[in-house]
Design a protein around this ligand. Structure first.
Ligand code: BDP
Length: 712
């Protein structure tokens, strides 16, 4: 009897339990049932999936549509024939699609057309493209429309990606340690490859395809040459095979000195014929097994990595030698412009431009130079990199960091869409006013020239992929902006939030996301300050650090605070880094009255007494910004608390706890920086300001040697 009662209680508990707990694994592809009326409407617009072609990618599109539409409508949607509500997918190889006269000429290989049309007198929705991958992208777009609008009526969308290369860069080591990774280990289980193909590889490819990402660099830019050994090529071949139907090519970060390390040569001099021959043989070996291998990414002569500079050769010499090796196979070389050298007394902000701008026009045409969004290093706010617009004869791709090395790791809620939008919409004034960074990226320097963007991945083995629920938004936003660099960060946030949290929760979530980047700038390094991080792992504040080997690794180098003022003079009286921008910008940035306040201390060493737009002095303003940042996080906590019950309990709790961590760490940043700058400036705190609870010495003594991301 007791036993029986137990079963009843258990059954009752199961019955009462809410829908299956969510851990974030499903990302924005959750396909939970739409509200009843919408589900009913979509069900009549999605009665069957029709295709005439047999192709693995079109198969994936059909399976995805079936999965998504079944989930959204609560009714099984399967393959069928042309009836009212059919979804007809395919390329012009299908006579049915070819007969519709859709504008397929204008959409390239990866674009698609979605249309509500009548076929044989039946109401249908067509997903048409020039190639199977376009069909897959179209299918994902259709699903996004269903999820975010709750309808498939009157569809008319024609779209194509604006950038050719839309890549993730994994900073994954071969032992599965992820440099600057906060989401667990590397997804690539090299030890078990090629024997074991983890199903997660497929889920990874599917998620990327859903946002149009079409390539992945598998390993860290601080590369081990071993990835080029035959056994690893076999492992990469397996991954490439899994990713191929999803439209994703694989690339590898190559170590420039590999010919020495694994090739037995005495030199890696790019002009040495033996070296060139070694790379050519290596490329032939790779392409024999992976015919659509993408090519190489190179970090050279930067932060201790080997490169052509070791042999007094230029970056172009190095890049072109590698480019020649992959050219017969259609491969490319992505050569990073993230270079700086301590031997040079030059302001670090200037160095990439100084080295690369003179090389304009000297690169082979299957080389693209990969430039970080700003001239330092993924700081919370930087001006756009002055190389954008300054190399009109060289394809440039932008590199952004999706993983939040400098913005609170995985726990801080920081939506990067707004930051990337700020960069992409910046006017370079090159060659003329109105030429934005996005324009520089998506207008090929000559017909057919490479275009692209890369994002340093935030993905790992954590169940939620990115280390936090909200960091998924940054992966998502990266894909969307890679597809369309003119995309709108708010719209992207809205779509992501609706798909990830459900339509009702999206409304309060979007404003949180939209303000979150400014919040982190405020509580870490406002007004153009940068690089105030603790050493190595970059976790927490370290504005006082002055003992590192290289001057330009030290926060004091970057903020230059003293009793008179704060900031780095990059005007003509200082390093004149401002001069690397187009003349109108150089003048604006150099003029203390015209420079935007959010970049003031990037370009100027300003007096603590400077009057700011708010009427406060700089000293008062700095403190006000720190306080504002902390207040914003407190506000986010309140906004999230109000969502309780509208989203599943598990993800809700995770976000709530992460926000509490963020609040605590924002306070730490605020207190430590204010205590330190008060000490350096010798200024009392303005009236009404809450004093930091401890003296600067307390914060200086904090050590967090096990913070993730920087070590084994
Ligand atoms: C820095 C990271 C370092 C990377 C480097 C890079 O701290 O781990 O190796 O960027 O982009 O921001 O090469």
């Amino acid at each position: 009897m007791l036993k029986w009662l137990g079963w009843v209680v258990l059954a009752g508990a199961l019955w009462a339990a809410p829908a299956r707990a969510e851990d974030g694994y499903d990302l924005w592809l959750r396909y939970r049932s739409l509200p009843t009326a919408q589900a009913g409407a979509v069900a009549t617009q999605a009665t069957a999936i029709v295709r005439d072609e047999r192709d693995p990618t079109i198969e994936l599109a059909a399976v995805e549509l079936a999965r998504g539409l079944s989930g959204l409508t609560g009714r099984a949607v399967a393959d069928g024939t042309v009836t009212d509500g059919a979804i007809v997918i395919g390329t012009a190889k299908s006579a049915r699609i070819a007969g519709l006269g859709l504008p397929l000429q204008s959409i390239g290989r990866e674009g698609f057309v979605l249309r509500s049309v009548a076929i044989d007198g039946k109401r249908t929705t067509v997903v048409a493209a020039n190639s199977p991958i376009g069909v897959l992208y179209g299918a994902f777009r259709l699903l996004r429309i269903a999820q975010t609008t709750g309808s498939l009526a009157n569809i008319s969308v024609t779209d194509r990606p604006k950038l050719g290369l839309r890549l993730l860069n994994h900073w994954d080591n071969l032992d599965r340690y992820v440099e600057r990774g906060y989401a667990g280990r590397s997804l690539w289980d090299w030890q078990k490859l090629p024997g074991f193909a983890d199903p997660r590889y497929t889920d990874y490819a599917r998620a990327n395809a859903s946002i149009g990402i079409n390539g992945t660099v598998l390993n860290n830019v601080n590369a081990s040459a071993d990835i080029l050994k035959p056994e690893f090529i076999g492992k990469i071949e397996t991954l490439a095979g899994i990713f191929r139907p999803w439209g994703i090519r694989v690339y590898v970060s190559a170590r420039f000195s590999a010919p020495i390390e694994i090739g037995g040569l005495k030199t890696a001099d790019p002009l040495d014929p033996q070296v060139a021959a070694w790379w050519k043989t290596k490329a032939d070996e790779i392409y024999a097994r992976i015919p659509d291998f993408g090519g190489f990414l190179i970090k050279a002569n930067s932060e201790g990595q080997p490169g052509p500079g070791d042999y007094q050769r230029s970056h172009a010499d190095g890049a072109n030698m590698l480019a020649a090796a992959v050219r017969p196979h259609g491969g490319i070389v992505m050569w990073r412009a993230f270079v700086y050298a301590s031997e040079k007394p030059e302001d670090r902000v200037r160095q990439a431009y100084s080295e690369f701008a003179p090389l304009d026009g000297k690169f082979a045409d299957n080389v693209i130079v990969q430039v970080k969004n700003g001239p330092i290093d993924f700081q919370p706010r930087e001006p756009f990199h002055p190389l954008f617009g300054a190399m009109p004869r060289t394809p440039l791709m932008m590199e952004v960091q999706i993983t939040k090395e400098y913005m609170g790791f995985a726990t801080h809620l920081v939506y990067l869409g707004t930051m990337w939008q700020e960069v992409l919409r910046s006017d370079t004034y090159r060659p003329r006013k109105g030429t934005t960074v996005a324009d520089v990226l998506d207008r090929p320097v000559r017909p057919g020239a490479l275009t692209g963007i890369a994002g340093v991945s935030n993905i790992g083995t954590d169940r939620n992929w990115s280390g936090s629920q909200f960091d998924q938004a940054n992966w998502y936003a990266f894909g969307r902006l890679a597809w369309n660099p003119d995309g709108d960060a708010r719209e992207i946030a809205r779509d992501w939030a609706a798909m990830t949290w459900g339509a009702a929760a999206a409304e309060p979530v979007v404003p949180m996301m939209m303000r979150s980047h400014e919040a982190v700038v405020d509580y870490m390094m406002p007004l153009g300050l940068n690089h105030l991080f603790a050493t190595g792992h970059h976790y927490g504040p370290g504005p006082w650090v002055d003992d590192l080997a290289r001057a330009d690794w030290n926060p004091v180098y970057f903020h230059k605070a003293d009793r008179n003022g704060i900031g780095f003079d990059r005007t003509p009286t200082g390093s004149d880094a401002a001069a690397q921008y187009a003349p109108v910008l150089a003048r604006r940035f150099s003029d203390p009255k015209a420079v935007p306040e959010n970049l003031l201390l990037w370009f100027h060493h300003a007096s603590w007494d400077r009057r700011m737009e708010s009427g406060r002095t700089l000293w008062e303003e700095l403190i006000a910004r720190y306080d504002r940042g902390v207040a914003e996080v407190t506000a986010m906590q309140g906004q999230w608390a109000a969502i309780e019950g509208q989203v599943d309990a598990q993800r809700f709790a995770e976000v709530r706890q992460f926000l509490a961590i963020q609040r605590q760490e924002a306070q730490w940043w605020r207190d430590a920086c204010i205590a330190y700058f008060a000490e350096v400036s010798g200024r009392p705190l303005p009236a009404g300001v809450t004093p930091p609870p401890h003296p600067a010495s307390y914060y200086k003594a904090i050590r967090t040697p096990w913070a993730p991301g920087n070590g084994k």
